[in-house]
Design a binder for this molecule. Structure first.
Ligand SMILES: Nc1ncnc2c1ncn2[C@@H]1O[C@H](COP(=O)(O)OP(=O)(O)O)[C@@H](O)[C@H]1O
Ligand code: SF4
Ligand SMILES: [Mg+2]
Length: 332
């Protein structure tokens, strides 16, 4: 059974021009111990998926899905308390801009000690418990590669560099011993050596602790070397999903190919709405979505049929939605 199973997730946002499908039938699964990359240009809906999973959505947005389960449990039918329970025990999330997720007025040591689960703390008296929490916190910091744990624990968020803060966030995330870590573009804006360190750290955690990771990323080259599977999102729709090696070697969807061909330029942290090197135009706004396949106006293979939304097609564990896929001998 998959840990996370999302089928046809649709998210509608109320706008001045009516309800808009910001996510339209997004689907993917995540197995125990799997690293799945979730990629797509800025504005494609990656963070909305993360927010839908953790339930951080405004009340007036409409969310539906054929299936959205965590270990077989229907996430959409849980109340806030039950959802919070899963988040506390099983799922941890880290974001870009780690400093924004930390309390600026509290030393980091206190913030970390606070999230360590009581049942992991040893000792009878408060001072014994305090020492035990400090030991666990120091251990967690060493695990994520922060050598000077004392300095880190005494510091406030603004006193540390971004990369140390991101490592600290990963330590906070690990404190609850989660099954799944969702990392929403955690290396955006970092320099290459720091990015590599964070990616290596996450890969190690996956290998040693069987931690499953949903890695949302704009940096396709980096993520493609660590992820086992990949889901490509365009304008709120999953256009292709499958084993990483297959998508790299033989992508069926023109958008996946364009993303791959443009990958080196992604490393430069381009601002939102920058054109892809390998494809004309930019991603449309939600207010101006094309009819049928949302890639239509930019797609070099588009034909008249593309005004109809393509069905999801499947070759083994490789799924794609395109009327005229690449590397397939005839129209699918
Ligand atoms: N709070 C919001 N209100 C209205 N539209 C939003 C909101 N958050 C995101 N969107 C829209 O949803 C789309 C997807 O956003 P997002 O998930 O943040 O993209 P990504 O993470 O892939 O860059 C964008 O077009 C964005 O404008
Ligand atoms: S369905 Fe048509 S427009 Fe969409 S990706 Fe395929 S060929 Fe291009
Ligand atoms: Mg985002």
């Amino acid at each position: 059974m998959s840990l996370l199973d999302i089928k046809n997730l649709t998210l509608e946002i109320d706008s001045a021009s009516g309800w808009i499908k910001a996510l339209d039938k997004a689907s993917f699964t995540l197995a125990d111990g799997e690293i799945r990359a979730l990629v797509g240009e800025s504005g494609s809906g990656k963070s909305l998926i993360v927010r839908a999973i953790v339930g951080a959505l405004p009340d007036n947005w409409r969310i539906t899905a054929d299936r959205m389960t965590w270990k077989g449990q229907d996430l959409l039918s849980l109340d806030q308390q039950e959802r919070r329970e899963i988040l506390r025990n099983d799922i941890a999330v880290i974001f870009q801009n780690p400093k924004q997720s930390l309390d600026p007025s509290c030393p980091l040591g206190e913030q970390l000690e606070e999230v360590i689960a009581d049942n992991n703390v040893e000792g009878r008296f408060f001072w014994q418990k305090r020492q035990s929490r400090q030991r666990i916190a120091a251990n967690l910091l060493h695990k994520v590669g922060i050598k000077d744990h004392r300095l880190c624990m005494q510091s406030y968020p603004h006193q540390l560099a971004d990369d140390i803060c991101q490592k600290f966030m990963i330590a906070m995330a690990l404190a609850s011993e989660p099954k799944l870590l969702i990392a929403d573009d955690p290396t955006r804006g970092m320099e290459v050596t720091t990015k590599v360190q964070i990616l290596k750290l996450l890969t190690r955690l996956n290998q040693i602790r069987q931690l499953s990771i949903l890695f949302v990323s704009h940096d396709l080259l980096a993520i493609s070397s660590m992820a086992h599977t990949m889901t490509v999102l365009y304008c709120g729709q999953t256009v292709e999903t499958g084993p990483m090696e297959q998508l790299k070697r033989r992508p069926f969807h023109p958008y996946t190919k364009a993303l791959m061909d443009s990958a080196p330029s992604f490393r430069k942290d381009l601002p939102p709405k920058s054109p892809l090197l390998a494809m004309d135009g930019t991603i449309p706004t939600l207010q101006h979505l094309p009819i049928g396949c949302r890639l239509g106006p930019r797609c070099p293979r588009a034909q008249r049929e593309c005004v109809k939304m393509p069905e999801v097609r499947r070759v083994h564990s490789h799924y794609y939605s395109c009327h005229f896929p690449l590397h397939r001998s005839n129209k699918a």
